[in-house]
Design a binder for this molecule. Structure first.
Ligand code: NAP
Ligand code: EMF
Length: 339
């Protein structure tokens, strides 16, 4: 159990009472008596839009803090704003350095979730400052959603990336803000799409290293009173798969045969050393996940919450189901921002 320093204004007693009610089964596995209001930063992004829709569908009054619409705003983002509004989402337009505005909107809600892009990770200090001033937030989920940064030590370009996320975690703990850190591993279909590229229909597939290391590919998000001040790790057994197994499964689905083009570990290490920033980051991520198998490399400890055990009645989307979707409706490849 982590000890939360008593600096933060929010009354942890209330949260513990809620936790107790849930543990006693008074509310079903994922229900709460009062629906928390949720504010999402980065809600228009690749991961964020799923978080916003999940929040709405679970019945939470949902707020999105988004940069102001301007003539530079893309059509797809405008459409997403409209879709959110039609779902009843309250969009607050603002910049992350508008402190007073941040404090005002944070005072309106109970839970804050950040799904900001990687280049905005350190901007979360501005959110932390506003949460400290507001003093009412029951839970903050920072923009993690990837490898368990406190337990992996990848090549330097990815380690420097993760170090920024670690700094945010430490600042949240030091401020005594109730938190949930979500380690979602290969999340939201991002990597399965990245590896197989069903939209482009290639005749070959790149395999990083031998292709035998196992990786965890998760698809859904979650957030629960039982996870206060815990690290939630996504490890559904159905979604632990090696690259070679993934390619074989895809071959069975498509009835095609793909040439496997292996990229040796030494080449990845060399590229991580020689490519300029930020191109050296994705190479180091691929090395970490697919060559070193880091999403599976450590045991969960008693403070960890395994999302697949927490929601035993919830069916995680499996890789098999995802490939069925890819077969009939291949998504465009997503590219995460690195600068
Ligand atoms: P993203 O789509 O690139 O961006 C998310 C949002 O960040 C954008 O919609 C935008 O919101 C906001 N943003 C972008 N540039 C900004 C700027 N200059 N100033 C202020 N806000 C800005 O992010 P993402 O790829 O979903 O990544 C979210 C998190 O998930 C990151 O921590 C990333 O590392 C992680 N991730 C994990 C995986 C995985 O497989 N595990 C995959 C992808 C991402 P507005 O325009 O609405 O302001
Ligand atoms: O684009 C990515 O990788 C390309 C090879 C990055 C966005 C993905 C990511 C994954 C993580 O863990 C699986 C970012 C941060 C992570 O911790």
């Amino acid at each position: 159990m982590r000890i939360v320093p008593f600096k933060y204004k929010y009354n942890m007693g209330e949260e513990m009472e809620m936790k107790e009610k849930v543990e006693k089964g008074a509310m079903g596995s994922t229900e709460t008596t009062t629906k928390d209001k949720i504010l999402i930063f980065g809600g228009t992004g690749y991961i964020g839009k799923y978080v916003v829709k999940a929040s709405v569908s679970l019945g939470h009054k949902t707020y999105v803090y988004a940069r102001p619409i301007s003539e530079k705003t893309s059509l797809s983002k405008l459409q997403l704003h409209k879709e959110f509004q039609s779902l009843g989402v309250i969009i607050v337009q603002g910049e992350l350095d508008e402190h007073e505005k941040l404090v005002t909107v944070i005072r309106e809600v109970d839970v804050v979730i950040a799904a900001l892009a990687y280049p905005q990770v350190l901007d979360q200090f501005k959110i932390i400052d506003a949460i400290k001033v507001a003093g009412n937030i029951k839970r903050f989920l920072p923009s993690d959603f990837g490898c368990e940064e406190d337990r992996v030590r990848p090549l330097p370009p990815f380690d420097n990336f993760l170090e920024k996320k670690r700094r945010i975690r430490r600042a949240i703990e030091a401020a005594g803000i109730p938190y949930t850190f979500v380690s979602a591993n290969c999340f939201g279909a991002y990597f399965v799409n990245f590896l197989l590229r069903p939209y482009d229909q290639p005749d070959h597939i790149l395999v990083y290293g031998s292709g035998e290391a196992k990786a965890i590919c998760t698809i859904k998000v979650a957030n629960d009173p039982k996870t206060c001040n815990q690290v939630v790790i996504y490890r559904p057994q159905t979604n632990v798969i090696s690259q070679l197994e993934l390619i074989s499964l895809w071959e069975q689905k498509t009835g095609r045969t793909f040439k496997r083009v292996h990229i040796a570990e030494e080449d990845l290490v060399k590229q991580a050393k020689t490519l300029p920033h930020p191109e050296n980051i994705p190479i180091s991520i691929l090395h970490c996940i697919f060559v070193k198998g880091e999403t599976m490399s450590f045991r969960l400890n008693e403070n960890d919450v395994d999302a697949s055990k927490l929601y035993s009645d919830f069916q995680f989307s499996t890789i098999d189901q995802l490939l069925d979707i890819f077969l009939f409706d291949p998504p465009r490849p997503a590219i995460a921002a690195f600068e």
